[in-house]
Design a protein around this ligand. Sequence first.
Ligand code: ZN
Length: 301
Amino acid sequence: MHDLHAHKPNIFAGSPLDRLDARRKDVAWVKAQLTAPDAAFLPVWRSRSLLAGEAKAPATGTLDPVLAHGLLEAAPWALLGVADGRPFFALDLSSLDSPPAPDGTRYEDLRRAGSLLPADDAAILAHARGLMHWRTRSRFCGVCGAACVPRDAGHVMGCTGCGAHHFPRTDPAVIMLVTRAGRALLGQPARFRDMRVFTTLAGFVEPGESLEEAVAREVWEEAGVRVARVRYRSSQPWPFPSSIMLGFHADATTEAITADADELVEARWFTRDEVRAREGWVLPPDMSIARRLIEEWLEEK
Ligand SMILES: [Zn+2]
């Protein structure tokens, strides 16, 4: 799977699961997976994932299959895929006030644990969290308002009123490191004001827009800078709650900055030495694609 990526996969990418999407319609096969003695059931509870192991070296937590079977009637669930013959399921227990947690496990936010988990575990848990987020928000039809019921091992919600099929959604967001004459444009997001983080600019892709156009629009809106030569670098599943981050480098064609006060405390041009020294401020976390885009630029020289 890792051979797919031109560079090392970002955290939350590189899942070892075979999603076997062609088999999801086969009800008897799905049932056989559900009752497989080694089936792994990965619960999500109110956006938190079940983790086992030490806090500094966590791993995926699973529910006992017998316990999980008793919960499947009421809890949204889906088959994530199969690895080495072992099926992996996600189930959402958010309707419970105190979800079951076997000894030595707890529910934690993947945003905190992501960089500590083994890469395979991080990818599978991100998949589970993203899919369950969609499931818990797809109970009713957006076309006619009637109730929806799950099909295809939890990957389709079928409307009981108008028959529409609703599929899992992923919202594309662009994230970009803009450079000019040996300096990079970094902004301090207003929402991380207290942490003094300087990071790449980012924003959601709008309907009718290419990714390159989204990059240019967001940089113009947030910093008042024009860009050219937008180059794709890598991507990162970002299920917080339902994005994929699409990472780019771009060249600025103008220099003066006008920061959007709603989004940014300030934006500045930094040399590589200033980024390496980062006096009085920090970069985004190691596991983020923002950090990766910045590190790649630092390594260019
Ligand atoms: Zn409907």
